[in-house]
Design a protein around this ligand. Structure first.
Ligand code: URA
Length: 436
């Protein structure tokens, strides 16, 4: 089989055979196919797309390019959640222990922040000592014994995706729905899950800028999951606004702990409960949203959700005293108040600008090898629809010095649009698509 023929098939918009796809993924993973030929093929896929059958084989080949975890020895339906990434999205940190406290095992393999989106691993590592680099054996053991574990991607999980993602990153082929969907699902299916709840974000702070694109991505993700015989649901949620009030690793971890203590911001709590309810339904612990929600609310009220978080932190080597003393989380040495230049109503707070400002003070990374400062970030005091008077505090910039602080401050200020009239209300959850 010639790689040139495989490239030409897709170049002319024809359908690749299962043999052609497997030959390519195996050959590329093994290092037998050079990057220039792989780049030509992914570009042709980015232009012409893939049929559902092609996509299913493509994902399956990527999934089997490494090992697939076997969680069958652990009783219960194992359910994970994946977000396509946003600004202030700390949901996994409160959701995983809450759902595990309700009896659904959560095996969660997460990523680091890259570009404007934050990463769960970076946020967890703000907890002193928390280790996200556990072996797969320990990962499986903890999911079995305490009902959850949160780690980073290991070398042997979907290695073809790691190679292809790096290639896509430098060849302008990241933004392709079949390539994004297969990349996400190959990693998630490698976890050995039975069910998956997806949070597909749409808006200025998300990968998908329009509802149409987000819906297409959600449907594609579901189709792959259903073909792999998993229970899958996808939420389409708004990312035109920062989720919650905190952006920055330690700040976001503290906010997630607040949710588990029952005093989190309304939007983060609501999205956690909605996604959690769906996880309980897929996990067979409730037969409808109302019943599931009651179980989750009880886990917060009884303290079992926060206690599960304490158990998780202890099990992964972290200092669980942060649960009762969140001030033990890293704190920046300086705080600057950003004041409103005028009176009026907040029309919008651009999440992308907030994320860029957070990156300027060191909260995020431009390249995967960059280091981050866990303590820095931004607290959003005034959000969309809030009234504000001139010189009232809009936000707080937490920083540890550096040459970009002034620029970060200006960027936070520029993120705010204030006017006399009230903006339209927009829903946090736009739609829920179920995969059955
Ligand atoms: N996240 C992934 O894991 N893969 C993509 O291609 C895009 C986002």
């Amino acid at each position: 089989m010639y790689i040139r023929d495989i490239i030409m098939t897709k170049r002319f918009g024809k359908t690749l055979s299962a043999e052609q796809i497997r030959h390519f993924i195996e050959g590329y993973s093994a290092g037998d196919i050079p990057d220039y030929q792989a780049a030509a093929l992914v570009m042709a896929i980015a232009i012409h797309g893939m049929t559902p059958e092609e996509l299913s084989v493509w994902t399956d080949s990527m999934l089997h390019s490494g090992s697939v975890l076997d969680l069958s020895s652990i009783p219960g339906t194992k359910v994970d959640k994946h977000s396509t990434g946003g600004v202030g999205d700390k949901i996994s940190i409160c959701l995983a222990p809450m759902v595990a406290a309700c009896g659904v095992p959560v095996p969660m393999i997460s990523g680091r922040g890259l570009g404007h989106t934050g990463g769960t691993l970076d946020k967890l590592e703000a907890i002193p000592g928390f280790n996200v680099r556990l072996s797969t054996e320990k990962f499986i053991r903890l999911v079995g014994s305490i009902g959850l574990c949160l780690i980073g991607q290991t070398k042997d999980l979907a290695p073809a995706d790691k190679k292809l993602y790096s290639l896509r990153d430098v060849t302008g082929t990241v933004e392709s729905i079949p390539l994004i969907a297969s990349s996400i699902m190959s990693k998630k299916l490698a976890e050995g899950i039975d069910g998956l709840v997806l949070d597909v974000k749409v808006g200025r702070g998300a990968f998908m800028k329009t509802e149409k694109e987000a819906r297409k991505l959600a449907e594609t993700l579901i189709e792959i999951g259903v073909r792999a015989q998993k229970k899958v649901s996808a939420f389409i949620t708004n990312m035109d606004e920062v989720l919650g009030n905190e952006v920055g690793n330690a700040l976001e971890t503290k906010e997630a702990l607040d949710v588990l203590h029952g005093k989190g911001p309304k939007d983060v709590t609501e999205l956690t409960l909605k996604l959690g309810a769906e996880m309980l339904i897929l996990g067979g612990k409730a037969d409808g949203e109302e019943a599931a929600r009651k179980i989750l609310e009880k886990a917060i009220e009884s303290g079992s959700a926060i206690e599960k978080m304490r158990t998780l932190i202890d099990a992964q080597g972290g200092d669980s005293s942060v649960i009762d003393q969140p001030d033990l989380l890293p704190q920046a040495s300086h705080k600057i108040s950003i004041l409103s230049p005028e009176s009026g109503t907040i029309h919008s707070v651009d999440p992308l600008k907030i994320a860029h400002a957070a990156m300027m003070v060191g909260a995020g990374r431009e390249r995967s090898e960059d280091s981050i400062d866990p303590a820095v970030g931004i607290t959003i005091i005034k959000k969309r629809m809030d009234k504000v008077t001139k010189d009232e505090e809009l936000a707080i910039l937490h920083h540890n010095g550096g040459s970009s602080v002034e620029k970060a401050k200006e960027t936070v200020k520029a993120a705010y649009t204030i006017s006399d009239d009230s903006p339209e209300r927009c829903p946090l959850i736009i739609d829920i698509i179920k995969g059955d």
